[in-house]
Design a protein around this ligand. Structure first.
Ligand SMILES: NC(=O)c1ccc[n+]([C@@H]2O[C@H](COP(=O)([O-])OP(=O)(O)OC[C@H]3O[C@@H](n4cnc5c(N)ncnc54)[C@H](OP(=O)(O)O)[C@@H]3O)[C@@H](O)[C@H]2O)c1
Length: 509
């Protein structure tokens, strides 16, 4: 359904990677589906000296729209005409006057009427100065002549203290209702489906607690390395880049209580309570409950892959983790005693994000199971990406004499649906912000609470040199020590595919 309220979108950092890879394609997709409001326009900003036409040309290249397409009425041509650009250095408060004038021009030309979203796709250290400078030009306050919203990208802070102080400065100019913090995982259809699976099916929710669930596993693996983001990644590491935000958000959806209503605050209150119930891991228990790793050189299908320390932009003695696996407990009525295992890493054998609910076994084993089977109990696998879907594993009698049991699968793939178009996360998140729905955006208190969970671990890593960082050959499922976390005989992580590396060199770095 077309968005009702006319509005302007101002993108800071419009010459950057996020804008060209995610925002422009998402906006074009919304335009093509006729979802954008009747009067809508985009103003990109950055230091790069671009004209409107040069910015449009960049968009044409990203969208592979040929230059000779000129006919008005063609969706691609019409979309390109929505784009404008003004060059400003966001560090110069005086530059915002220029932006304000451009906004007034475009607003008038398109008959928008004052509503505006500011999207900060810049380095995060600019967020405060941008918010403050917008306020100096009176561009921050919603009023009868139009509302104002501010989208910020991750990372929100580097630790609890910096997240807190960023929030304090933002709250001086924008209130929480105006702030939209993107965690693009929440924009994924399959992530939202976790709530639907739990709260719309009578068969799952009664089992979704400590009485029936043995443990829960959340994995997000990437097969790529750090690409050309060495400078950023070496300061961040897997804990800050993935676990503090995306994976703890997944945890909240798996573990939350049913909200009273499907409203933004009701849902976000429940997700916050989960984070507040996570037992912090004290520094002295970090080595035992958190395994960190870094990929080392290896050969995959005959191709030599460099070690992390040999990637461009990485210090040769870097101790930044490219893999982390940890064991958490949620101390509440529903989950007391149930371990949650979470892992993420780069240069693992495949790209997959999945949640696995491992159910407890029957109280008595009547039938004959293969003794060597791992993870033999019922499992519900929620595949977030790729091959979005769900898999239920259960035991079935092997046909023939006796009562031998084997595992079989009930497997649902989104791709089997007649209507199987899965919108890209940024499309969904942009629509929601345009409609003023913040359900799928992280609230400030939840971000700070997530930092409270990971801060003691980061502190221990920085201050206790005795906590090892393990090497794992690129193309394997991380350090062997991560299996130790699961800690029960005949139980391992679920491995969606085998190790790819020809090398077997695991070491302490
Ligand atoms: N790329 C992704 O896939 C991704 C994913 C998740 C989150 N993010 C987050 O999104 C944000 C942008 O990431 P990115 O990858 O697009 O970074 P990027 O490619 O380095 O782009 C940064 C943008 O900020 C602009 N900029 C930098 N300093 C500026 C200044 N002083 N005044 C005005 N503009 C300035 C740059 O434009 P000029 O050089 O023209 O000034 C450029 O357009 C970051 O916070 C990042 O953490 C990115």
């Amino acid at each position: 359904m077309q968005i009702r309220e006319n509005q302007l979108l101002v993108i800071f950092g419009a010459s950057g990677d996020l804008t060209s890879r995610k925002l422009i394609p998402a906006l074009f997709a919304l335009h093509s589906q006729k979802l954008l409001p009747g009067a809508f326009a985009v103003i990109g900003t950055g230091r790069s000296d671009l004209s409107d036409e040069a910015f449009r040309q960049l968009a044409r290249e990203v969208l592979k729209i040929s230059d000779d397409k000129k006919t008005t009425g063609d969706p691609a041509v019409d979309f390109i005409h929505l784009l404008h650009y003004v060059s400003i250095d966001t560090l110069q408060p005086s530059a915002y006057k220029k932006l304000k004038e451009k906004m007034e021009d475009v607003d008038q030309k398109f008959g928008i009427g004052g509503n505006c979203i500011f999207y900060l796709a810049t380095p995060p250290d600019l967020y405060t100065i941008i918010a403050e400078s917008l306020a100096i030009q009176h561009l921050n306050k919603s009023s009868s002549s139009g509302w104002r919203r501010l989208i910020i990208e991750k990372p929100v802070g580097y630790n609890y203290q910096s997240a807190r102080s960023l929030h304090k400065s933002l709250y001086a100019y924008f209130n929480e209702e105006q702030l939209y913090r993107i965690d693009h995982y929440l924009g994924k259809e399959t992530v939202q489906n976790v709530m639907v699976t739990r709260f719309s099916n009578g068969i799952f929710e009664p089992l979704w607690n400590r009485n029936y669930v043995h443990h829960v596993e959340i994995t997000s693996s990437e097969s790529i390395g750090i690409e050309n983001r060495g400078g950023y990644y070496d300061k961040a590491g897997a804990m800050r880049d993935m676990l503090q935000n995306h994976l703890l958000q997944l945890l909240t959806l798996v573990a939350m209580e049913p909200p009273t209503l499907i409203t933004s605050n009701a849902i976000r209150n429940e997700t916050l309570k989960v984070l507040q119930s996570v037992r912090p891991i004290p520094a002295k228990e970090v080595a035992e409950n958190v395994i960190r790793g870094q990929y080392t050189e290896s050969t995959i299908h005959g191709i030599r892959m460099p070690s992390y320390r040999n990637e461009p932009g990485i210090k040769p003695d870097s101790r930044t983790e490219t893999f982390v696996a940890l064991k958490l407990f949620i101390e509440n009525w529903r989950w007391g005693g149930v371990p949650f295992f979470i892992r993420t890493g780069k240069r693992l054998p495949t790209r997959v994000t999945e949640i696995v609910i491992h159910f407890k076994s029957t109280p008595h084993k009547l039938f004959c199971f293969d003794e060597n089977r791992h993870n033999a109990e019922n499992q519900l696998v929620i595949r977030i990406q790729p091959d979005e879907g769900m898999l239920l594993k259960f035991g079935m009698k092997v046909p023939g004499a006796g009562f031998k049991v084997q595992d079989v699968n009930m497997n649902f793939h989104y791709s089997d649906l007649a209507y199987n178009h899965i919108p890209e996360a940024y499309q969904r998140l942009l629509i929601d912000c345009m409609q003023g729905d913040s359900t799928l955006f992280t609230r400030g208190d939840a971000i700070e609470q997530a930092w409270e969970i990971v801060d003691p671990i980061l502190w221990a890593w920085e201050n206790d040199r005795d906590i090892p960082i393990y090497g794992y050959p690129a193309g394997t499922w991380g350090p062997r020590e991560s299996d130790r976390l699961i800690g029960e005989p005949n139980m391992t992580w679920r491995y969606p595919c085998k190790n790819l590396s020809d090398d077997g060199i695991y070491c302490e770095l």
